[in-house]
Write a protein that binds this ligand. Structure first.
Ligand SMILES: C[S@@+](CC[C@H](N)C(=O)[O-])C[C@H]1O[C@@H](n2cnc3c(N)ncnc32)[C@H](O)[C@@H]1O
Length: 159
């Protein structure tokens, strides 16, 4: 199975990068896992609504250029669907059972995801109504993907 995480911008802090690398390593025994990074747009505090939409739209075009037609896409969004870890693991299992071997997750930049990306998404995932910084979200979500594989593998890790 191919799991792809499409993300916006670099991870600046080394401690996040180290954590992400650790989960990339752990995931390699379960799937082909890759993180595809697209560049972010400058987004100063003072942007108007229209300028913010433009930033999201540009980043969105870059994100969409990394997604193939056959990929099953989840958008990570605050107002998305909430899953328990077990429900998420079951969802991954179901998708593979029904022939989806390319699963892609998208994490937005500092202003979030464009409407076009949300429209392309086949499903959404929310970690609740808290706003998490996108760099931290990357690490937290890598751990949840790993947890899902461990659950599907019958491992006691998730307790
Ligand atoms: C800093 S947040 C963007 C905040 C932006 N105001 C919004 O509403 O999307 C950056 C990205 O992290 C992800 N993210 C942050 N918090 C999240 C949460 N609670 N659940 C799901 N995804 C989240 C989303 O992909 C979001 O686009």
């Amino acid at each position: 199975m191919n799991i792809k995480l499409v993300v916006v911008g670099k991870v600046k802090e080394k401690y996040f990068r180290d954590g992400i690398s650790e989960y990339e390593k752990r995931l390699s025994r379960f799937c082909k896992f890759k993180i595809v990074q697209v560049s972010d747009e400058k987004a100063p505090e003072s942007l108007s609504e229209a300028e913010m939409d433009e930033v999201k739209q540009k980043e969105g075009e870059r994100i969409l250029s990394k997604i193939g037609d056959k990929e099953f896409v989840f958008a990570l969004a605050i107002l998305g669907k909430q899953f328990s870890s077990e429900e998420f693991a079951a969802k991954i299992k179901d998708l593979t059972t029904y022939g989806h071997s390319d699963i892609t997750f998208v994490i937005g930049g500092s202003l979030g995801l464009s409407d076009a990306v949300m429209k392309r998404a086949n499903d959404t995932i929310s970690f609740g109504r808290f706003t998490l910084p996108h760099q931290l979200m990357r690490l937290v979500f890598c751990e949840q993907i790993y947890r899902a594989f461990m659950i599907n593998n019958g491992s006691p890790y998730h307790k």
